[in-house]
Design a protein around this ligand. Structure first.
Ligand SMILES: NC(=O)c1ccc[n+]([C@@H]2O[C@H](COP(=O)([O-])OP(=O)(O)OC[C@H]3O[C@@H](n4cnc5c(N)ncnc54)[C@H](OP(=O)(O)O)[C@@H]3O)[C@@H](O)[C@H]2O)c1
Length: 239
């Protein structure tokens, strides 16, 4: 792992922010040109943290830079492309290390049948294949990952925002954007009920019960095997 720059950081361990008081942390947020990713980035930057953003193309990079001038960098990749996502992993690694990565980019129903640049359904590739690929590519390079069951030394959470007003949620959404951002920031910083532990599903800043199928270990393993086969990125076994 890279040593931290002591002029800007107050602690050294890149793997254990939950064990130490964080004064300045560094984050990478996918899908942060808009919506919750952008709002969470602004929130973390306002608290004094460093954030690297991600946008799908050059135009959205300009939008993200204008909306969040305090960010450290904006990295570019259309996540419907397996090749661009692999390049994003390498780009993001050059801008790291990070204390947490927020796999925020996502699409909603309607995109199941819309093919992306790699020909795969956009909903599947952005929501499921991309987080898998980024996680395993970084693990291969840096020895860290965000998969709670296989790599117990690394914290991994699922955070749900509720139904909130973004491009995806639409203006009429009943929830508050601020509450969703609080949940995302809480798990990113390893604070509140996520403090000192790994795994767990959080919404409204509280731990919630995920649907039963999410805890089916055999199904998890089958999914990982399929994601590995489709992407060509191997699953990294426990160290
Ligand atoms: N809002 C809700 O009520 C709600 C509810 C449940 C879950 N969520 C989840 O919360 C997360 C954030 O959602 P949001 O409401 O902030 O949605 P959003 O406003 O639509 O923002 C989604 C972000 O992901 C990016 N993105 C989507 N496809 C991409 C691709 N192929 N390549 C690169 N970037 C891509 C978008 O880029 P562009 O701006 O260029 O499109 C945007 O920055 C998602 O994972 C979503 O599933 C949201």
């Amino acid at each position: 792992m890279k040593a931290r720059d002591e002029s800007t950081r107050s602690w050294r361990s890149p793997l254990a922010p939950w064990r130490l008081r964080i004064q300045t942390a560094r984050f990478f947020i996918t899908g942060s040109s808009d919506g919750l990713g952008l709002a969470t980035a602004k929130h973390l930057i306002a608290q004094g943290h460093q954030v690297v953003l991600h946008a799908r193309n050059a135009d959205r990079t300009k939008d993200a830079t204008a909306a969040c001038p305090g960010c450290d960098a904006v990295l570019v990749a259309d996540l419907t492309s397996i090749d661009e996502t692999k390049q994003l992993a390498a780009q993001a690694d050059r801008h790291g290390p990070y204390d947490a990565v927020l796999h925020n980019a996502g699409l909603f129903v309607g995109f199941e049948t819309v093919p992306g640049k790699s020909g795969l359904p956009s909903l599947f590739i952005v929501n499921t294949l991309t987080p898998y690929m980024l996680t395993c590519l970084w693990l291969a390079q840096r020895g860290w990952c965000v998969c709670a069951r296989r790599w117990p030394d690394v914290q991994c959470y699922t955070a749900a925002p509720g139904w909130v007003p973004t491009k995806m949620g639409r203006e009429s959404a009943p929830g508050r954007l601020e509450d969703a951002v609080d949940t995302f920031a809480m798990v990113a910083l390893g604070e509140g009920p996520s403090k000192g532990r790994s795994g767990g599903y959080f919404e409204y800043s509280k731990e919630q019960q995920p649907i039963a199928v999410a805890e089916d270990v055999a199904l998890q393993d089958r999914l990982l095997a399929e994601l590995s086969r489709i992407s060509g990125v191997p699953v990294r076994e426990e160290q």
